[in-house]
Design a protein around this ligand. Structure first.
Ligand SMILES: [Zn+2]
Length: 480
């Protein structure tokens, strides 16, 4: 077993699982009743099953159908790919471009010039804006313009983009859930935008029930959540009561993103001179958080900039709400102290560091030492939970873990290594507080290599031999 809390590595151990629960763990555990199925670990390394604490699963399931723009580095490269895709004569939905790293703003006119009059929607990697052709603006009921559609206007319009593409079906969900299981994932927090809980209740019996899922409502769904009597931690109605499909936190997006320069900061961005912006007034934010709290929901508030973070923390303090801050990409010493004092979880996506560090060096030049402050968070006693924010980054827990430890791609010079954490700490931030111990849910992953001894490349590409959720095998790899 991999020691996550600093104790010395014990000799090879046995783990006994009965009825979805670990009933024994340690050297030479009695096998209990006859007829126990024995799975040989062959000296592999066992960890609690991994969680991704921040996923947009519908987006991730659809990503493989969309035009992949993640490999582009300029508007010109994007336009060339759109020109080719538009030759098929169908609307083009593209995703993954990183406009935050481009050296110029784009225009609708240049997109129209390559899109042959078709609706084209190019969703930026951070999801906080999209570059639309005039035909797409018209079809989605948006005013014509010559700039991108961003933030609240974009989030409001996004659900209508579904009219241009085939929706993700159960097979798409089964595929991405299976891929997650193959990486040792046992649970996902699904922050898909504005999807009713009934979507999951319908999908669950359609073979999409392999992992634990926490479904998370957005503020606009609060009335329907109250009407259905849904509270954080409870099983969704009609999906069985074994607790694998539950209500998560109320999700609130309080500011924008670095890539769109809308993350709300205390100091201006070096390139635009703007400060970003909040999506609500401080009073409105506190009202929504209070409403969620009073409805029995924990609250997950997206806050990337330091001003957004401190504003959100003040609202939690005033309302007594519990839950998490999502991203917490730019912190202050005051915010770290408040996160710890309020007992809120910092839900962080370490792999964003790989995509963002050049932009942070350029536009947050005066505050880079306050970005992705994982070491400071742990030292302050803050509970940290890792996620991917897929599809913003790939749904890959090992990429997140390796990014947190090595602060860069394997082989890169670490970016601000003073904020590195250990592999044991990074795994502990990825297991939803679980341990391999008697009385814990039987959610485990068996690794082909010792993650605490792996180098950067080995950690980022960890092979998983077996994944078990509530005692049920959901992934079994070939012997490595
Ligand atoms: Zn997200």
């Amino acid at each position: 077993m991999v020691p996550l809390d600093g104790q010395a590595i014990a000799e090879p151990a046995d783990v006994l699982i009965e009825d979805g629960v670990i009933t024994g763990a340690g050297p030479a555990v009695a096998t209990g009743p006859a007829g126990v199925t024995v799975v040989e670990g062959d000296g592999r390394w066992l960890i609690p099953g991994l969680w991704d604490a921040h996923v947009h699963l519908g987006q991730w399931a659809l990503a493989s159908r969309r035009l992949d723009l993640s490999g582009t580095s300029s508007p010109e490269e994007v336009l060339a790919l759109v020109r080719r895709a538009a030759q098929a004569g169908r609307p083009v939905i593209g995703t993954g471009q990183r406009a935050g790293s481009w050296t110029r703003p784009v225009t609708v006119a240049e997109l129209d010039a390559v899109s042959g009059g078709l609706p084209v929607v190019l969703i930026n990697a951070d999801f906080h804006h999209a570059w639309l052709s005039t035909a797409a603006l018209d079809a989605l009921g948006l005013a014509r313009r010559d700039v991108v559609v961003a933030e609240a206007e974009w989030f409001e319009a996004y659900p209508r983009v579904a009219s241009f593409e085939t929706p993700a079906d159960p097979a798409d969900y089964q595929r991405v859930l299976g891929q997650a299981a193959a990486q040792g994932i046992v649970g996902l927090v699904d922050f898909e935008f504005d999807t009713p809980w009934t979507d999951w209740a319908r999908r669950w019996p359609e073979g999409c029930d392999s992992l634990r899922i926490r479904w998370s409502p957005y503020a606009g769904q609060l009335d329907s959540v109250r009407a259905a009597g849904l509270r954080t931690g409870e099983a969704l109605p009609a999906t069985g009561s074994d607790g694998r499909l539950t209500v998560g936190s109320l999700k609130i997006i309080s500011d924008g993103s670095l890539g769109t320069r809308t993350a709300w900061c205390r100091q201006p961005y070096a390139d635009t001179g703007g400060f970003g912006a909040p999506n609500q007034t401080a009073a409105e934010l506190a009202d929504i958080i209070a409403a969620g709290h009073q409805s029995g929901l924990s609250v997950a508030t997206h806050a990337i900039g330091d001003e957004a973070l401190e504003t959100a923390l003040a609202a939690y303090a005033a309302t007594g709400a519990r839950g998490s801050i999502e991203h917490a990409q730019l912190t202050t010493s005051q915010a770290l102290a408040d996160l710890a004092r309020l007992g809120l979880v910092a839900s962080v996506q370490p792999a964003h560091l790989l995509d963002d560090h050049e932009t942070m060096d350029r536009v947050w030049t005066d505050r880079v030492e306050r970005c992705f402050t994982l070491r400071s968070m742990l030292d302050a006693g803050i509970g940290v939970a890792f996620g991917s924010d897929a599809p913003v980054a790939p749904l890959d827990p090992w990429l997140a873990i390796a990014s947190a430890v090595h602060r860069g791609q394997p082989g890169d010079e670490p970016w601000h290594p003073e904020q590195s954490i250990t592999a044991a700490e990074a795994i502990a931030a990825s297991v939803d507080g679980r341990r391999v111990a008697a009385g814990q849910p039987a959610d485990v992953a068996l690794l082909d290599a010792d993650p605490l001894a792996a180098d950067a490349a080995g950690l980022a590409s960890m092979r998983v031999a077996l994944t078990v959720v509530a005692g049920r095998v959901v992934h079994e790899g070939r012997p490595g």
